[in-house]
Structure formats: C-alpha cells, structure tokens
Write a protein that binds this ligand. Structure first.
Ligand SMILES: Cc1cc2nc3c(=O)[nH]c(=O)nc-3n(C[C@H](O)[C@H](O)[C@H](O)COP(=O)(O)OP(=O)(O)OC[C@H]3O[C@@H](n4cnc5c(N)ncnc54)[C@H](O)[C@@H]3O)c2cc1C
Length: 251
C-alpha cells in the first residue's frame, strides 16, 4: 500500500477582493468573507491548499502571507470566499489587517498555484493542529469519508480559540507549551497502520519533534505524512516551503 496524492496546477491569478462580511468564529479569530467577479473559476480542491493575501509592498517586494481558502461558493450575489484569520497579539501585517477588516475594504489575493488532493484508501487519520490550521483540519475532515477513524490532538496559543470546534467533543486539547510532550505521549499510544495518514500543521517548533517521532520511531512512511510549519514563534513571514526539520535527511 502506498498513498498517492494527485497534484493539480492552476493558472496563477492575482485578484482584488472586497470584504463583504466579518464574523467571529472564536474570540480573536475572524471569518472574513470576500467577493469579486475575478473569483470566477477559483479552485482549491486540496484540503490544505493555501492562497496568498497581499498587503502592499516593501522595498519593491509584495508583503504576502499564506491563508487557507476555507469555503468557496457561488451565490445570487456572486462568488464568495471565507478566510479564517487568527488575530494574534504580536504585530504582523496579516493579523493587523484582519483586526481592522470591515465590509467594503479591498484586499489583493493570489493563488492557489497548485493543489495536492487527499489520497484514497485512508482508514485512520491523525490530525495535529493549532488554531492557524483549524481551517485546514476542517477541510481534511470534509475530504475523508465518515468511516475513517480520526484522532484529533489540537493545541492553542490562546485557549479561547477552542470555541472554533465547540461542536466537536472528540478533541484532546493542549496549551502550546505542553503540546510537544503531551501530543507525543498521545502519538505513542496509537497503533499506526499501513493506511494511517497524518496531517500536522501549526507552530513549527512544536510540529518538528512530532514529525521526527512519526518518521524515526513510529516508522510512518513519507507518503503517509503531511507536516507543515504554518508559523514560527519569533519569526515573521515563515516560509513553509523551507524544510520543517533541516536536520532530517528525508525532509
Ligand atoms: C499553508 C498555510 C496555511 C495557513 N492558513 C492559515 C489560516 O487559514 N488562518 C490563519 O490564521 N493562519 C494561517 N496560516 C498562518 C499564517 O500565515 C501565519 O500565522 C502568518 O505568520 C500570519 O502573518 P502575520 O502578518 O499576522 O504575522 P508575521 O508578520 O508573519 O509574524 C509577526 C509575528 O507574529 C507571530 N505570529 C504569526 N502568526 C502567529 C499566530 N497565529 N499566533 C501567535 N503569533 C503569531 C510571529 O511569530 C512573529 O513574531 C497559514 C500558514 C500556512 C503556511
């Protein structure tokens, strides 16, 4: 058994989107709905697809951050896209913009450039995520069938963010500082099989030892794993295409 994930490439488009609605999905966590006729043909079929939001320019270079396109739909009013954005404490162009977002405001957006589809044949799923990856987790849960056994180990910087999943009672929660050890202990209890798939995303230094455990000790294959640093403490504009764990030869 080997998981295969189809890759779909998209025409790279840059769009101007208009904010139509801002709601709270949890305290300090905003759902920002945007619209534009330029969203015609928008596609993001991969559960962990990402788009770029662009916040002007600095030194001739666009200021961009990655976000998950949570829901895309066509309504009587036009095309709409929901983006859930954490309003974190430290200043950053994306979070600062989201704190002030209001209907009528414009935002530049690009992508997704490509999509990696969920593989077929998953019987068991391990989800490790912090608040930045809750939209991606939501999309993974939609992508796998109902008979898949799902293990959810989530952690938060701000525990009020847990309200995001108020409707789910099968989550084991951790604070970010206790997450590496706490989640590791949970992973050790699992019986990883040939058809288990693991998606790990969130603060990079928290995810790294968990990825390392799954690869080196639990013996998970590379095709069974998608581990991503979505942000890193003390680092602005983390590039998630850089290896999460540079010490790991298989990254
Ligand atoms: C593929 C992908 C998908 C993503 N999807 C989402 C999404 O759907 N929703 C979402 O909210 N985020 C998402 N993120 C994470 C988001 O891109 C980062 O949090 C980004 O750093 C935010 O940019 P910023 O301008 O606010 O902060 P930056 O300028 O990048 O960073 C400024 C400071 O804030 C800190 N910081 C950044 N993010 C956080 C945080 N969440 N909590 C606490 N401190 C933080 C940094 O460590 C730094 O010290 C995703 C990231 C990737 C790679």
């Amino acid at each position: 058994m080997q998981f295969t994930r189809e890759r779909v490439m998209h025409e790279l488009k840059r769009r101007t989107l208009r904010v139509t609605n801002v709601t709270q999905v949890a305290p300090d966590y905003a759902r920002i709905t945007v619209t534009s006729p330029e969203l015609e043909g928008f596609e993001a079929p991969g559960p962990a697809d990402h788009i770029k939001l662009i916040f002007g320019e600095a030194h001739g270079r666009p200021i961009m951050r990655d976000y998950t396109p949570l829901n895309f739909r066509e309504t009587a009013e036009g095309y709409e896209l929901d983006i859930d954005m954490v309003l974190h404490e430290t200043d950053g162009p994306a979070s600062d913009w989201a704190k002030e977002a209001a209907p009528g405001q414009l935002i530049q957006q690009a992508g997704p450039r490509g999509s990696k589809l969920a593989p077929a044949g998953i019987t068991e799923m391990v989800l490790v995520a912090d608040e930045t990856a809750f939209p991606a987790v939501t999309r993974w849960l939609d992508a796998v069938s109902d008979d898949v056994t799902v293990h959810k180990f989530f952690f938060t910087v701000d525990e009020r963010m847990r309200a995001y999943f108020d409707d789910q009672d099968d989550i084991t929660w951790f604070d970010i500082d206790e997450a590496p050890e706490g989640i590791m202990a949970e992973l050790r209890k699992l019986n990883i099989t040939d058809t288990t798939f693991a998606f790990l995303a969130g603060e990079a230094t928290t995810i790294t030892p968990l990825r390392r455990y799954l690869r080196r000790e639990a013996g998970i294959r590379l095709d069974q794993l998608d581990a991503q640093g979505y942000w890193k403490r003390g680092v602005a504009e983390l590039d998630h295409h850089e290896p999460l764990d540079p010490e790991d030869p298989d990254e």
